[in-house]
Design a protein around this ligand. Structure first.
Ligand code: RIB
Ligand code: CA
Length: 312
């Protein structure tokens, strides 16, 4: 029985690959819809990019909604330096023909959770948690109806990528992250600790291109563009492919390893705003609230990803 999910996203080349992986895996995933959020680039662009990605997969039928255009308490911080001015730089993609749904993304999340059976919908946030937190604050009744939240965000051993202490998705909206991490909803977290082990090395990039399909070429060109920043910054063999780890977890959870621990969010300190304070060594008596991933089988992750993109 495929798992019903909502993807909440700020595309972003890595978000885009995650969306394609979900669309390529109908046996495991029933994508109910996509809610765009402001993050890597402003909302207008993330809502456009989400539709461009669906059309790369030939899926103009997917419902795409625009959610929140700014964080709960801070002004928006974007990442054009990583993703380019469109947020989806690399290949030249046509403007989307498919419509943006009229409903607000937050209302789509609330309505869907109320309409679907309790405990049968998984939320997959790939960007700042603004939409998710807003939905929980606007409709507290939906919290027990969520099966699980599987998100990309945070960092512990890998430390921050937008500040020395914080990972981008959490940094942009730490108040929203605090709401999500305190919600009591089952939480699985893909931090930089694990996504920095999912590096798009040249052979892995070549494998996308070698698919010889339009989606394969587009993915290769996204990762080519996306990696120039991270390779220079980390001197690594390729860019970390962050967001597809969320979808891969739903398909093959055995590719991942982590610990169920307490994770809390710094919201007060300007120096460490957005830090995910993970009690990895269980040195406190704070209640565990998140499955915090630390490792993945990168070879099998990329084999799965390439095989599935090849199906589109
Ligand atoms: O820090 C990495 C995260 O921030 C990824 O989700 C990337 O798409 C950006 O949103
Ligand atoms: Ca993202």
């Amino acid at each position: 029985m495929p798992r019903k999910i909502i993807i909440d996203t700020d595309p972003g080349q890595d978000d885009a690959v995650a969306i394609l992986l979900a669309l390529a895996s109908p046996e495991e995933i029933d994508l109910l819809g996509i809610a765009a959020v402001a993050g890597n680039v402003p909302l207008g662009l993330t809502a456009t990019n989400a539709r461009k990605v669906c059309e790369v997969a030939g899926r103009a039928d997917v419902q795409v909604f625009a959610g929140c255009d700014r964080p709960l308490a801070h002004s928006l911080v974007t990442a054009e330096h990583v993703h380019g001015k469109t947020g989806l730089d690399g290949p030249d993609l046509p403007d989307p023909q498919m419509p943006l749904q009229p409903r607000h993304g937050v209302d789509f999340i609330i309505d869907t959770l109320r309409e679907e059976a309790p405990g049968k919908v998984t939320l997959c946030p790939l960007g700042p948690l603004t939409n998710i937190a807003t939905a929980l604050q606007k409709a507290p009744d939906i919290a027990p109806r969520v099966q699980e939240i599987v998100l990309m965000g945070g960092a512990y051993f890998e430390v921050g990528n937008i500040t020395p202490a914080a990972e981008f998705n959490i940094y942009v909206d730490p108040e929203a992250a605090e709401t999500v991490f305190k919600s009591g909803i089952p939480l699985t977290v893909m931090p930089l600790d694990v996504t920095h082990k999912a590096l798009v090395t040249p052979p892995r990039n070549e494998a996308f291109r070698a698919l010889g399909t339009h989606p394969g070429r587009v993915v290769a060109e996204w990762t080519d563009f996306f990696e120039r920043f991270d390779k220079e910054k980390y001197g690594s063999q390729g860019a970390p492919l962050h967001d597809p780890t969320v979808i891969a977890y739903l398909i093959r959870p055995d590719l991942f390893a982590g610990r169920h621990i307490n994770v809390e969010i710094e919201t007060q300190s300007p120096l460490t705003r957005g830090m995910t304070v993970a009690d990895w060594w269980r040195v406190t008596d704070r209640a565990p609230n998140a499955m915090f991933m630390g490792d993945l089988d990168a070879e099998r992750f990329f084999s799965l990803l390439t095989e599935r993109i090849g199906r589109l």
